[in-house]
Each structure stands twice: as C-alpha cells, then as structure tokens.
Write a protein that binds this ligand. Sequence first.
Ligand code: HEM
Ligand code: HEM
Length: 210
Amino acid sequence: MASDDGGVTGQPLVRRKIWGLPIRLFHWALAGSVLTGLYLGEFRSFTNINLHFYFGYATGVLLLFRVVYGFAGPEHARFSNLFRSLRGMGAYAGGVLRRAPSGVPGHNPLGSASVIAMLLALAVQVITGLCSEDDSLFSEGPLASYLDSGTVLKMTAWHYWSSRVVIGLVALHLAAIAFYALWKRENLVVSMITGWKRVRVDKDTSARPD
Ligand code: HEM
Ligand code: HEM
C-alpha cells in the first residue's frame, strides 16, 4: 500500500502516470470556465451578461462530465476512492507539516476533501445561476421564469453567497498547492499538466497508472 501519512514512512518515490488526459483536460477547462465566469459575474454588464451565462453552462457541462467520470472513470478519479481516502484524514493531517513529498497516488485525503467541497459548491453555483435574475440588466437564468419571484430572489442571493464560497475554496486550493510546492517540495501542478507524479510505493507493489 502506498503511504497515506504525509510522507512519514519514507518509502521510495517512483514516477508513475497517475492522471489520464480526460481528468487533466477537465481540470484546466474547469479552472478556465470558473475563473472567467467569476470575472464576468463580478463585472457583468449588458454586453457581457450572456457570456457569463455561457461560461456558467460550460461549468455545468464539465460538472456533469465529472459526475459520470467519478462513477465510470479510472481508479484515482473515482468518487469511491475520494471518499475512501477521507478516512485517512487524521493520520495524514498529523504528518502533513513534514518537509517531504507526500507521494500519494491520486488525491491525498485533505485534497479529496477540498475536491469534494469545490465540486459541490460549483454545483450549487450553477443550479442557483439557472434560477437567478438581474433586474437591472433585464436578464434571467433559463429556469427563473418557472419560479415565483420570492424563490428567484432567494436563488439570486444564494448565487451571490455561493460565489463567495467558491472564491474561498479556490483560494484555499491555490494556497495548498503553493504549500506543497514550497514546503513539501512536491510539484502537484506539473503532475496535473503531464499526468506523471512521484509516488510512494511498497517494494512489492506498484501504483496502477490510469
Ligand atoms: C449556470 C449558469 C449561470 C447563470 C444562468 C448565471 C446567472 C447569473 C445572474 C442572472 C447573475 C446576476 C445576479 C444578481 O443580479 O445579483 C449572476 C451573477 C453572478 N454570477 Fe452567475 N450564473 C451562472 C453561473 C455562474 C457560475 C458557474 C459562477 C461562478 C463560478 C457565477 C458567478 C457569479 C457571480 C460572482 C455573480 C455576481 C454576484 C453578485 O455580485 O451579485 N455564475 N449570475
Ligand atoms: C477556479 C479555479 C480552479 C478550480 C475550480 C479547480 C478545481 C480543481 C478540482 C475540482 C480538482 C480535482 C480534479 C479532479 O479529480 O476532478 C483540482 C485539482 C488540482 N488543481 Fe485545481 N482548480 C482551479 C485552479 C487551479 C490552478 C490555477 C492550479 C495551478 C496553479 C490548480 C492546480 C491543481 C492541482 C495541482 C490539482 C491536483 C491536486 C492533487 O494532486 O491532489 N488548480 N482542481
């Protein structure tokens, strides 16, 4: 079994292909659509509110893909794996400050928690967006006309608040990645670009590439 304790046990690090092309393309497309969607939502106007909607729909389509991939995709992308890894959170958090790469194949337990939180917050963001309106721009999401005005007002307020949650989670995501790079000398970004990661494995087993 690979180390799940923040790099405490010191098994050797071996290069393995961990992230397949679909998850890497998904990730960078999601980062692009969410950052652009946030910008266009924050600085919305008559000329760009439709573009905000389109980036919102793109985010929704990416999330649908991720749900399918979470059930039907390879080992490290599976939700079952993400939830299973949450059980090792206590042990992992205990060793996380150790100045060594964790070398966990796939997401480490804290990473799994943050991935689940980001996907959930983004789902709320998209669903509330579909039901929101901006009176001053005479614009509304495609489901708003099916709802009464009180519900639309609530959805619009939630759309705002969940965007603050998304911003907070993305900031945490980036801070964690910087911490891994600078403190633990583990460059997770290169792995998310190339798919290759240095992981800890026992002598007699190997991490299975996707
Ligand atoms: C599913 C498609 C989406 C639709 C139809 C949609 C629709 C809207 C509407 C109508 C508003 C104006 C609300 C108001 O007047 O306060 C808005 C604002 C906003 N949206 Fe979206 N949205 C969508 C997806 C997203 C996504 C995915 C994000 C972020 C990742 C996002 C972030 C924001 C932000 C930050 C605001 C400004 C909130 C404020 O300052 O009040 N939206 N959106
Ligand atoms: C709005 C922007 C972003 C969002 C919503 C986001 C979301 C996510 C999600 C959902 C995952 C999990 C991938 C999966 O299994 O589905 C992930 C992983 C990852 N993201 Fe992002 N991301 C964003 C921006 C970035 C940026 C700008 C970077 C690089 C600087 C980055 C680097 C990574 C890395 C390295 C991983 C893999 C972490 C690990 O090894 O456990 N992300 N991100």
